[in-house]
Write a protein that binds this ligand. Structure first.
Ligand code: ZN
Length: 450
């Protein structure tokens, strides 16, 4: 099935705009033919987490100079873990959370780890850091530590600063989202990067990062420890940490190569043709070199690529998809979605179907894409001439944009024709031929009933 480039971009674009923000209606669609989240992959994940927790606890014991007593099997005492298998049931902030007092409980959302959006080891170590502090302090004592410090220390101890940094920098450079609002500013999971920079500040200016974290786990007040280690009052520390973070961010921006600066400016001036061309050049160099695959250059180029309304050769997506998602800002669903579109345009509908299905089935964390993928699945089935599936997937018209509605009915016509139900097909084509909202499909339908 041949697609005009412009038509396809437009269709994808419209699909994205009109997809509802909360995609809680997945059950109204048929089951997609591919998913990687199943009983086996969830069991495997549980196993991996159970093995990683003691490793993380050991790493933390070394940094914090204190032990977490173990059970006979090596598992930390009083620790339990839970799983949320169905990502729609619960949207955890950042894929996992830790709660509880006497028994410390960690809850993981299986999907982002299986779909490759989140890094398992770093997340397990992050949650283990929370759990370790909760185990050592009482719940009341731990919750008296300000949120920025609870999150900042967990990110810092789990070596997640780079992961948080990539996302923050790309949003800053490409979308003008400044990640810094002061440690005492309004807090959300977007602030984890700034939170962790406070520990980087302690390390770089005072070499006191670990001493501070050790004081905390011994139950000392964070304000007193900061003053003891830096000579600053707590409120001055918060001010100084902001200045440090501002400089740190400015420095990162200054240090960009001329090529990356050009990439950013092309993208921001919405010159997507130029930014995509440059991103491709950068990726061609970086993705063929093992050392450079995880570089800032490659990550930024992928981030530009998946945010521009332009496609590139499938070969580039195939290389990019092998890179851990945090190197390009954890946007795995977006990369898969773009990849699927490129396959469809390239007449590789089988591959398109696979990646649209994965976005639909496995990426509930990005509802807008999961919903948009339903149109991609339908178009793939049309390209494959799998008419029964076309009928199943085109049935749900509620909430469709009028131009998509025309397209969907046209496909139903094709499906009936393909199944030999000529009268039904003709009726649909005549209907579509009268519709005004999508000239391309209207004209095709009119042609068929001539
Ligand atoms: Zn956390």
């Amino acid at each position: 099935m041949a697609w005009s480039k412009k038509g396809l971009f437009l269709a994808v674009f419209i699909g994205l705009i009109f997809a509802s923000n909360a995609f809680g209606q997945k059950h109204l669609f048929p089951t997609a033919p591919f998913t990687e989240i199943n009983k086996n992959s969830v069991e495997q994940l549980e196993n991996d987490i159970r093995n990683l927790v003691p490793t993380c606890a050991t790493m933390l014991s070394q940094k914090l100079l204190t032990e977490w007593p173990r059970k006979r099997n090596g598992w930390p005492k009083r620790l339990k873990i839970d799983f949320v298998q169905n990502a729609e049931e619960l949207q955890l902030e950042g894929h996992a959370e830790t709660s509880g007092d006497f028994f410390v409980r960690m809850t993981f959302n299986a999907a982002p780890f299986i779909n490759g959006t989140a890094d398992l080891k770093m997340t397990v170590c992050h949650e283990t850091a929370h759990a370790f502090y909760r185990y050592k302090l009482s719940m009341g004592e731990y919750s008296r530590i300000p949120r920025w410090l609870r999150e900042g220390s967990a990110v810092y101890l789990a070596n997640q600063v780079l992961e948080k940094e990539r996302k923050a920098l790309f949003n800053f450079w490409l979308k003008n989202e400044n990640p810094l609002n002061g440690l005492d500013g309004k807090h959300s999971f977007k602030d984890y990067y700034e939170d962790s920079l406070a520990l980087v500040f302690l390390k770089e200016r005072f070499n006191a990062d670990l001493n501070f974290l050790q004081d905390l786990i011994e139950g000392k007040s964070w304000e007193e420890s900061i003053t003891k280690l830096t000579g600053l009052s707590a409120s001055d520390f918060i001010k100084e940490a902001k200045l440090f973070a501002d400089q740190y961010l400015a420095q990162q921006t200054d240090h960009l190569s001329a090529e990356l600066k050009l990439l950013i400016s092309d993208y921001k001036s919405r010159n997507y043709v130029a930014s995509t061309r440059l991103a491709k050049e950068i990726l061609n160099v970086n993705l063929s070199d093992k050392e450079k695959q995880n570089s800032l250059d490659a990550g930024l180029a992928i981030s530009v690529l998946i945010n521009s309304y332009q496609k590139v050769e499938t070969g580039i997506y195939e290389k990019a998809i092998l890179i851990p998602a945090y190197f390009y800002g954890n946007d795995k669903a977006q990369l898969r979605y773009k990849m699927a579109g490129a396959y469809l345009e390239n007449n590789q509908a089988e591959r398109a179907l696979k990646f649209y299905s994965l976005v639909f089935s496995d990426h509930a964390e990005v509802p807008i894409l999961a919903q948009s993928a339903t149109a991609g699945i339908l178009r793939s089935y049309v390209a494959l001439a799998q008419w029964e599936n076309v009928l199943d997937w085109s049935e749900r018209e509620k909430g469709l944009h009028p131009s998509n509605l025309v397209e969907y009915r046209y496909y139903r016509g094709l499906a009936y024709q393909g199944l030999g139900k000529v009268d039904k097909a003709r009726k649909l084509f005549s209907q579509v031929c009268q519709m005004q909202d999508n000239r391309v499909f209207r004209d095709k339908a009119c042609e068929l009933i001539k």
